[in-house]
Design a protein around this ligand. Structure first.
Ligand code: FES
Ligand code: FES
Length: 921
């Protein structure tokens, strides 16, 4: 049967009979989404690896991407749209909402269907049954803990607070304001919508890491495939054919011209009817390659043997970071004990389950781009510069974002759909395939690092020295930021009087390395914690006690000589783990007495992380408005990528304004409607945009109080859609009730009659030539202890339990903070034990291993609240901090269990097994 031949297929879908004239070989996921408009079923891989497309067929789990629609003939299919009836959520959906089981929500439909298949058969399942049922669906955000809890609690009482009363939103377990659409499948992600008449765009990408190329016959393609409207090449770029994060570095071409610098680089874009666009081959295009020897790895980058990756940077050193505090050589010479070592880490894929997608459309002399992004305002500037138009001519409208973790800070589909739509004057959409997403987007930097640490006889750290070469790939992306951030953080959350640290971001012909939760700090923490353990052992001190003794305290100065005056909860984090540490270590040692081949161990890891950009202004502006009918809207440009800014900003604004959170509506990330709240990166949104939100709420409250001529501590009530067709604000104070009829106030251009605005830019200073100064306004702190079990015959490691303590300043929403920590632990566990992106080897979710529900340990979370005076209600960030201590704790656990130090991460079974053999174990 040809791919266009159609037949009739009849089946039941969500209790309704369906008869479709369709090619029976088409993927059912595609038919659901494109033909039937049921976009609740998500596509993360199209290969049976991620489970995002899980549906039920005759009550059994099926991957819709691997199910041909013809196979449904006579069967009964159910999708997420078939769960809720008359907008009443099922007990399972309600439990997902209440427990915070959906973060970004892209896995949620698949998870719900997998769980529903179990609950239909077993209404009160055991935890092992739940783990088994969910084992075929990946989640990259939650660490699975809250998903499992939700399935176990479906239909039972919850501790969530759907509508916290006025004045008590901050600190409550308020459910996500965008949660309902995530559990019903109604949320619109980037691949879920495009205008009906959109053209498809497909990029042709380099299969070589370094090559010259020629394109001989594009005109033949246009003849052979009448559905192809346009073939874009570098010559079609109307502005600057380069993009990048920094205003002064636009080194990555929108489309490569003549030669490519990494496997996956775009060289040509085909635009037209989907089927034609997907059929064109390289041979059709006359695309010929002359492969060149590629620079792979840091040593090759520095060897000078090959032509530099970018001709203007002859030594391949893109950026360097440096920090010098006092005299490390002298301090090492005087130290009682010194530990040193070298480590390497691998490239890590972000693994968000939503591949990049979006569309652009030209409206008059403006361009609108609907896309998943972490940084709409940066996207706006970027698109304008390569189109050669004004930023005001570009509107970025953000979709819901199915995970980001730093990977959606760089642009992906934006340049090509923008360019095509601008040239053609028609809407153009693009959806990356999973391999395309993996091969063309950024990774966590692989690093080669050496470090040494010294201490006195009584266990006080004396000196720390670090050198890290970060493989930043073919283009800059966030390489300079990593090079800047690592020297500041590499000596850990400890007071060290003498520090020398250097970092380099090196260009190679590998995938560009970019931003990934921690910006190089998680890699550096692996060396730091390993050295602290060796020092503690050398002086005969318990490793946790050693950390407590050296932990930064209020009044200490950091490696950059910054005085820490407030919110330094590291000691409390470590102290809170002490009883578990002692008990778990003893239990592990007892276990090992009685087991020959399977060994247990417990290790500790630490984190500190500056919230916001390093020594740079990074302001956020947030607005809140009320219209004449009393509609109260938070205009929030702080992108929610699953971490929950939509919800916590409402909580913060509600309390600042003095109205209940339930009365808020919100607009997120639309450059025409929301003010610039910067990027969702560097754990800055809760702290920076959160403060801006608090100020916006207070600003609006101040205006209301003034209008009503009421006293400062008045109580506000908002009557929405009031009886006279107008909303009313009732302001009550000791002198009585003051009524503001909102329709009596002249509306502003956006229709609101009152607007509050807040801007916050955290105070920092630049770093001098020795890296000294105050690069961040505040830091978050944390520590994890992990118990692992190592099978010494197989080399496999299982994390059994993990306790995580974090100082978050103030918990705005405990459910969301816990979710961030659990998700960070899952990513840290993946980084420690399994995740390794290798070109040509692990460019899909089958070969690239990420933690599944069965890999997760039992997790305990301890929240420490040492308030940050600058933060909203004392809050600071948690996004990056959550991940940093996990890998060091797991690696230390392996050492405690077996005595071996793993120096190349991840600690895969082959590496652990080899290390055991080499150590004669
Ligand atoms: S999209 Fe079907 S399993 Fe990933
Ligand atoms: S909530 Fe599961 S992938 Fe984001």
């Amino acid at each position: 049967m040809s791919t266009t031949e159609k037949t009739t297929v009849s089946f039941i879908l969500n209790d309704l009979p369906q008869t479709l004239a369709v090619n029976p070989l088409r993927r059912f996921s595609d038919v659901l989404r494109e033909d039937l408009g049921l976009t609740g079923t998500k596509v993360g891989c199209d290969a049976g690896d991620c489970g995002a497309c899980t549906i039920l067929v005759d009550g059994e789990q099926r991957y819709a991407c691997l199910t041909a629609v013809g196979q449904l003939e006579g069967h009964n299919a159910r999708t997420v749209e078939g769960l809720a009836k008359n907008s009443d959520l099922t007990a399972l959906q309600q439990a997902f909402l209440d427990e915070g089981a959906a973060q970004c929500g892209i896995c949620t439909p698949g998870m719900l269907m997998a769980a529903q298949s179990l609950l239909d058969r077993t209404p009160n399942p055991t935890e092992p049954q739940v783990l088994d049922a969910l084992s075929g669906v990946l989640c990259r955000c939650t660490g699975y803990t809250k998903i499992v809890e939700a399935v176990l609690k479906a239909g039972k009482t919850s501790s969530s607070e759907p509508t916290p009363p006025s004045g008590s939103a901050v600190g409550s377990r308020m459910v996500k304001v965008d949660g309902k659409q995530k559990v019903t499948g109604e949320e619109i992600y980037s691949a879920d919508y495009a205008p009906k008449d959109s053209l498809w765009l497909r990029a042709i990408r380099s299969p070589h890491p370094r090559a010259k190329f020629t394109l001989a016959q594009p005109e033949k393609v246009l003849k052979k495939y009448p559905g192809i409207i346009k073939i874009l090449t570098a010559d079609d770029v109307t502005g600057n054919n380069g993009f990048g994060i920094y205003p002064h570095i636009k080194d990555q071409p929108v489309l490569a011209k003549d030669h490519v610098r990494f496997r996956g680089e775009a060289v040509v874009a085909l635009i037209g009817e989907r089927e034609n666009v997907e059929s064109v081959s390289e041979e059709d295009l006359g695309l010929t390659w002359e492969p060149l020897e590629a620079i792979r790895g840091c040593d090759a980058a520095l060897s000078g043997k090959l032509e530099p990756v970018q001709s203007e940077i002859v030594d391949n050193i893109l950026a360097e970071g440096f920090l010098k505090k006092n005299d490390v050589e002298k301090a090492f010479a005087e130290s009682f004990a010194v530990a040193e070592g070298v480590w390497t880490t691998s490239a890590v894929e972000h693994g968000y389950l939503e591949p990049e997608a979006g569309y652009a459309t030209k409206i008059g002399q403006r361009l609108e781009i609907f896309v998943c992004t972490q940084s709409p305002y940066m996207d706006q500037t970027e698109v304008a510069q390569f189109l050669g138009i004004e930023p005001g001519q570009v509107r970025i409208i953000t979709s819901a974002v199915g995970g980001g973790f730093g990977g959606k800070l760089d642009i992906s589909v934006q340049p090509l759909v923008a360019l095509a739509a601008w040239i053609l004057g028609r809407p153009v959409r693009s959806i990356y395939t999973r391999p395309e997403s993996m091969v063309s987007t950024t990774k966590r930097h692989p690093v080669q690092m050496s470090a040494r640490a010294g201490c006195s006889k009584d266990g006080k750290l004396t000196a720390y020295e670090y050198h890290g070469d970060f493989n930043t790939g073919a283009y800059a992306s966030w390489g300079p930021t990593v090079a800047d951030r690592v020297p500041v953080h590499c000596s850990g959350p400890y007071f060290v009087p003498n520090v020398l640290s250097q970092s380099r971001a090196l260009l190679t012909n590998e995938s560009p390395s970019g931003a990934f939760r921690g910006f190089g700090t998680p890699q550096a923490a692996i060396a730091n914690d390993a050295l602290l353990d060796v020092l503690a052992e050398k002086i005969g001190m318990d490793a946790l006690e050693f950390r407590i003794k050296n932990a930064l305290r209020k009044g200490d100065r950091t490696a950059t000589n910054q005085l820490l005056e407030n919110s330094v909860g590291q000691v409390e984090c470590l102290e809170s783990l002490k009883s578990r540490w002692v008990k778990w270590r003893k239990q592990a040692e007892d276990f090992n007495q009685n087991n020959k081949n399977v060994k247990r161990g417990v290790g500790c890891g630490s984190a500190w992380y500056g919230c916001g950009n390093t020594s740079l202004s990074n302001p956020s502006t947030i607005r809140v408005g009320i219209n004449g009918e009393g509609k109260l809207t938070l205009y929030n440009g702080a992108m929610d990528i699953g971490q929950g800014t939509n919800t916590i900003m409402v909580q913060i604004c509600a309390d600042a304004l003095g109205l209940p959170a339930s009365q808020f509506e919100y607009v997120m990330g639309d450059t025409d409607l929301t003010a610039d709240a910067g990027k969702t990166s560097a754990s800055r949104q809760a702290f920076v945009s959160g403060k801006a939100t608090q100020l916006a709420g207070e600003h609006l409250r101040g205006q209301i109080i003034q209008l009503a001529e009421a006293s400062e501590n008045a109580t506000l009530y908002l009557e929405q859609n009031g009886s006279v067709g107008s909303g009313k604000l009732i302001v009550e104070d000791e002198s009585g009730e003051h009524v503001i009829v909102l329709a009596d106030i002249l509306p502003q251009t956006n229709g609101d009659v009152l607007t509050g605005e807040g801007t916050f830019d955290p105070p920092t200073t630049t770093l001098d030539e020795n890296g000294q100064g105050s690069p961040y306004a505040t830091y978050g702190f944390g520590a994890h202890i992990a118990e692992v079990e190592v099978d010494t015959l197989l080399g496999t490691t299982k994390v059994l339990r993990l306790a995580a303590a974090h100082d978050v300043g103030k918990t705005i929403n405990p459910t969301q903070v816990e979710g961030q920590i659990q998700g960070g632990i899952a990513q840290g566990l993946g980084m420690a034990l399994m995740e390794e992106y290798v070109q040509c080897v692990s460019e899909n979710l089958h070969d690239y291993l990420m933690p599944t529900v069965g890999d997760m340990p039992e997790i305990e979370i301890i929240l420490i609240e040492d308030p940050e005076p600058l933060g909203p209600y004392g809050a600071k960030g948690i996004g990056e901090h959550a991940l940093i201590p996990t890998a060091p704790a797991i690696l230390a656990g392996i050492k405690h269990a077996t005595g071996i130090s793993i120096r190349h991460v991840p600690a895969t079974p082959d590496r652990v097994f080899t290390a055991l053999q080499e150590a004669g174990k």
